[in-house]
Design a protein around this ligand. Structure first.
Ligand code: SF4
Length: 579
């Protein structure tokens, strides 16, 4: 059987034109992460700056999207304005299914529109709407105005948008996907902003035939049952990822007040349990997911006398709760929702903004900066000051906030305070579990806790065998490269073993992909690392700020010699993988 070519819609924003391309390579590049890297090689130019109009912004789905549960994510490939390296960010929501229902494997945007634009694409449709009136609008208001476009396919429609941070080309700017999901990290929102695209609607306007292979319904049922009728996914649906807050605090691995501590007695007031008891309103899910891990909290705000409230529904998870909670010394769960709501409005990645404000607070306390820079007096637990600072960060109100929104280390280079910058390639994720995690995030492909389970390795082992630890990370990364090319939610990694993925590819009549699975995953990993290395990434030069070496966890004090050993070995492996 012939392998179908990829169907890729290439939109040239500068020309107001688009074209569907049929590109070979499905058996080698699979989709998602592999397809995005392949398309960047074709359309991108690593020698040009990330925000150059000709750089592509790529959205890619995988060969199982729409046909199996939790195959619900989309990979966004781009050159990051934060690192000036090739980068990826992933999001759920409805986008994956909308692309599938549009008959597309990927969407590539190049060029920049002449004026602020809302783009609508479908299987046979492309509209460019002048939305200059939306200039400076927050994400919520933008969403309300965007409802008028692409109305005919409301059920399968996915809506992407940026806020002021994206328009201001902040390296913290995210792309909001269907309200509660995001292409969050490394500045994809700034790339969309540089292209003058305020919003993008993908109207899934075709039907999707189910595979006719008789094994398909049986396998679907088996996987669905494993995901829903066992305890495999229970924690994600129950308290959701904020369950980690109390667990990490208990083993002295939760960053508090810019990582000046790793445990605090206030934990009960900001834990996943407290959110669930007091603020949880409902749970929702990405399209094609029967689990529903997206927790939505109720935020009530008094807006006038006589008990007049407005209410907002605010998504929360472990990473955003840590960054805007323990990292900022918050003592009440509702305060965290206030900050998450503001970051959402501004179109800021809420992990990066929270961690950046934590650094700014310590810098303020130490006298490196003053209210002249911060415009509000930053103080742990002071929610209103932080909310205003978040607005300033989104609007890049002055030189200090403009620099801070490019990354904490950029601000520290001018004002000082690099020693206590909680940056591991980018602003840290919510695990102070130890050396293995710090190195895995600081050096991983996406600078993310999702590159490999370094945080989990730290929690399971006390020994300091660097070769063993790096071997674990490399193997774990390989499994994730496969999932990110399919593109599966990583929470389903226990369900989608390589054997199960093999079966799923056969059941969807893609035997060539199943046969080549192992070699294609190795090739994709090589291409991704190659792109990153070619864009200037030098793993040998990665440095951990001093703050990370001062951390004390359940295992005791950090061991700088072990950190160096991990770094040297990982750098060697990265060079080999990207050779
Ligand atoms: S488990 Fe959560 S993040 Fe994953 S697909 Fe389901 S709703 Fe989306």
């Amino acid at each position: 059987m012939a392998v179908h070519p990829f169907r890729v819609l290439h939109v040239r924003l500068d020309q107001g034109k688009g074209q569907v391309l049929e590109l070979p390579g499905r058996a080698e590049h699979l989709g998602g992460s592999g397809l995005a890297a392949m398309l960047y090689q074709q359309f991108g130019d690593l020698t040009l700056p990330a925000l150059h109009p000709s750089q592509p912004l790529i959205f890619a789905i995988g060969p199982l999207t729409g046909w199996f549960p939790l195959m619900s994510k989309t990979v966004c490939g781009f050159k990051s304005p934060y690192t000036e390296e090739y980068a990826e960010t992933h999001a759920g929501g409805r986008l994956g299914l909308s692309l599938r229902f549009s008959g597309l494997d990927a969407l590539v945007l190049t060029g920049a529109a002449a004026r602020l634009t809302c783009l609508v694409v479908g299987s046979n449709r492309m509209e460019f709407h002048d939305v200059n009136f939306m200039k400076g609008m927050d994400v919520f208001t933008t969403g309300k105005h965007m409802r008028r476009y692409g109305k005919s396919n409301a059920g399968h429609r996915s809506t992407l948008r940026i806020g002021p941070a994206g328009e201001n080309q902040s390296a913290f700017a995210c792309i909001n996907v269907d309200t509660y999901r995001h292409f969050g990290r490394l500045g994809a929102g700034a790339v969309l902003g540089a292209k003058q695209v305020k919003g993008l609607i993908v109207a899934g306007d075709r039907s999707l035939p189910l595979p006719e292979n008789k094994n398909y319904p049986k396998l679907f049922k088996e996987i669905h049952t494993a995901l829903t009728a066992t305890d495999m996914m229970r924690k994600y649906h129950d308290l959701g990822t904020p369950i980690n807050m109390a667990v990490l605090n208990g083993i002295r691995a939760l960053p508090w007040r810019n990582l000046q501590a790793t445990t605090d007695a206030c934990i009960d007031d900001v834990s996943g349990e407290r959110f669930a008891e007091q603020l949880l309103l409902r749970k929702t899910a990405c399209a094609g997911c029967p689990v529903g891990c997206i927790h939505i909290g109720l935020l009530r705000q008094l807006f006038a006398e006589d008990h007049n409230y407005l209410y907002r529904q605010v998504g929360y998870d472990h990473e955003t709760v840590f960054a805007n909670g323990s990292m900022l010394g918050m003592t009440k769960a509702w305060k965290i929702l206030v900050l998450l709501d503001e970051a959402e409005k501004q179109g800021l990645d809420a992990i990066s903004s929270g961690v950046a404000l934590a650094w700014a607070t310590e810098a303020f306390e130490k006298g490196l900066i003053s209210e002249k820079e911060t415009l509000v007096p930053l103080k742990w637990d002071d929610v209103e000051s932080y909310r205003l600072a978040c607005v300033h960060l989104g609007l890049a109100s002055n030189e200090f906030y403009r620099l801070l929104a490019q990354g904490v280390l950029k601000a520290a280079a001018v004002y000082g305070g690099a020693d206590f910058a909680c940056v591991l390639g980018q602003e840290m994720a919510g695990y102070a579990t130890g050396e293995n995690f710090f190195i895995s995030q600081a050096m991983g492909f996406r600078y993310s806790h999702l590159d490999s389970a370094g945080y989990s390795y730290d929690q399971k082992t006390k020994d300091k065998d660097a070769a063993k630890a790096i071997e674990f990370m490399i193997e774990d990364e390989k499994a994730r490269v496969m999932l990110c090319s399919l593109v599966s939610c990583l929470f389903a990694r226990s369900a989608y073993t390589p054997e199960k993925v093999h079966e799923a590819l056969i059941a969807t009549d893609q035997p060539e992909l199943a046969e080549a699975l192992d070699s294609s995953v190795e090739a994709i990993r090589r291409t991704r690392w190659r792109l990153k290395l070619q864009s200037g990434y030098a793993p040998e030069q990665v440095q951990l700020p001093k703050r990370f070496l001062e951390v004390e966890t359940w295992k005791g004090k950090m061991d700088p010699a072990y950190v160096e050993e991990l770094k040297t070995l990982y750098a060697q492996k990265i060079r080999e993988m990207g050779a």
